[in-house]
Design a protein around this ligand. Structure first.
Ligand SMILES: NC(=O)c1ccc[n+]([C@@H]2O[C@H](COP(=O)([O-])OP(=O)(O)OC[C@H]3O[C@@H](n4cnc5c(N)ncnc54)[C@H](O)[C@@H]3O)[C@@H](O)[C@H]2O)c1
Length: 436
């Protein structure tokens, strides 16, 4: 197999984060703690996972970061935007995810990361407000101002390359419409201040125009529209999304494939959450929740394929609830009740109670996306990076192709893509060679 030509990851890699709340600050602080040897990057494939190459008898299992040319953590520099003017230290304190024993030793570093004025519009996130925002007559003007920010950051920080990851709040529910059809209609809609152009789309547009790979960690459309997919292909920029796969949905995509593999039936899956962080507050607005709900509900249907297995999954009652409950802060509790059935239709139940920490699960995803998207760009890959669907609740796919939600398939796809990039045979696990 031939290896892709991949530019080496020299110089500084700038990480731009629209939205500097709980996830973003937990990620940035975590990278700095790891760099200083004060913590370990648990949960990150790029930092901790190995990859098997060749036959089992060859015993070749390097770390992923030794196998593919990734930027090192010491090369990362951080910037971002937020309508709330808090620097990364204050924001992390308010988010309440990391303890002071982790934050105080790196307080100076975090205080140095101040959000740039955001392209923010309350019509899209009704529960929030903040003074640190740009004032422009048109959405086009806002997008151009974001492009200037990107160029300034690149120059001031001496970055060789940049990556942008949307860590902003979940915006209200929007359907893909005519404004999103192609680049021309999108640019016209920005000039006309069309309601269908949300702020997260302006960041995605600005990033792609500046040649910056873009990932969307929230369930709102952002880059997941034909116009921006076309722009990414045209400009040779990798994109990925959407909605980080953490917490309850992570559990769903671990459990559901297992039930299906064993041909066990499912009649109902009830999921409810209590959480009390700012994200929970935003999701208390029915319009923002609707965006999240769509993202969470799609998962089961795609994994279980009721059209292929009507006897097992033809009549699943799937319900998802998110309840804002301030005392819990970022430490969410997710309950699941699964009504399943087995041989001859006999019913059984599974109860799952996940006391999780959302941002602790999301931070390593941000890190991996930054490093893998930068790798993809250096390898000349463009457009939707489906091999990164492992990290998302609603993986982006081109029109007409259904997304793959099964975590195990996604994981194999990710690793096989790395093997393919490096000219190694993909693993099929067929294993005939050991017996011939
Ligand atoms: N934590 C997780 O496990 C997880 C999982 C999946 C998705 N997400 C999504 O990631 C996003 C971030 O989550 P969080 O817990 O950090 O939320 P958060 O509320 O702590 O942070 C979001 C930040 O985005 C800012 N923001 C809103 N609109 C903006 C704009 N137009 N420009 C710049 N900044 C803007 C807000 O002021 C806020 O500080 C949310 O959309 C959430 O739904 C999180």
């Amino acid at each position: 197999m031939e290896k892709l030509e991949i530019r080496s990851p020299e110089g500084r890699l700038g990480v731009l984060l629209p939205g500097m709340g709980a996830v973003a600050t937990t990620f940035v602080a975590g990278v700095e703690l790891v760099r200083r040897g004060l913590a370990k990057p648990i949960g990150s494939l790029t930092q901790m996972n190995t990859i098997r190459l060749g036959r089992r008898t060859e015993r070749r299992t390097p770390l992923i970061k030794e196998f593919v040319p990734l930027a090192g953590l010491e090369q990362l520099v951080f910037g971002g935007w937020d309508p709330i003017p808090d620097d990364a230290y204050e924001s992390a304190l308010k988010a309440g995810v990391l303890e002071r024993s982790h934050l105080d030793p790196i307080a100076d570093f975090l205080r140095g990361i101040k959000p740039m004025p955001a392209a923010f519009d309350r019509n899209y996130v009704r529960k929030l407000d903040g003074p640190n925002r740009k004032a422009y007559a048109t959405k086009r003007g806002l997008a151009e101002a974001l492009r200037e920010d990107i160029r300034r950051f690149r120059d001031e920080q001496g970055c060789d390359r940049l990556v942008m990851v949307w860590c902003g709040s979940t915006e209200i529910f929007l359907r893909p419409g005519r404004a999103h059809d192609n680049i021309k209609s999108f640019e016209k809609a920005m000039e006309d201040n069309d309601r269908d152009i949300a702020p997260s789309m302006l960041y995605a547009y600005a990033a792609i125009m500046e040649g910056v790979p873009y990932a969307n960690g929230a369930p709102n459309l952002s880059v997941d529209i034909p116009a921006l997919e076309e722009l990414a292909l045209e400009r040779g920029v990798p994109i990925a999304g959407k909605d980080f796969k953490t917490g309850q949905t992570l559990m769903k995509t671990i459990l559901a494939p297992g039930l299906k593999m064993r041909m066990l039936g499912l009649s109902g899956w009830f999921s409810t959450n209590i959480l009390g962080n700012r994200d929970g507050e935003v999701l208390d607005d029915p319009e923002s929740f609707r965006t999240k709900e769509e993202s969470k509900l799609g998962v089961l249907e795609h994994i279980l394929q009721p059209d292929l297995y009507p006897d097992l999954y033809g009549n699943v009652y799937h319900k998802v609830r998110i309840n804002y409950y301030p005392p819990r802060g970022d430490n969410k509790e997710g309950w699941d009740n699964l009504d399943i059935f087995g041989w001859l239709g006999y019913p059984m139940q599974i109860k799952l109670d996940f006391l999780c920490r959302d941002s602790i699960l999301a931070a390593p995803i941000v890190l991996d996306l930054v490093l893998f998207l930068d790798l993809a760009a250096r390898a000349g890959l463009r457009g939707i990076q489906e091999w990164l669907s492992f990290y998302f609740k609603s993986p982006m796919t081109p029109p007409g192709l259904y997304p793959e939600h099964d975590l195990f398939i996604q994981h194999r796809k990710l690793k096989n893509t790395l093997r393919w990039m490096m000219g190694e045979e993909p693993l099929t696990h067929l294993g005939r060679e050991y017996y011939e």
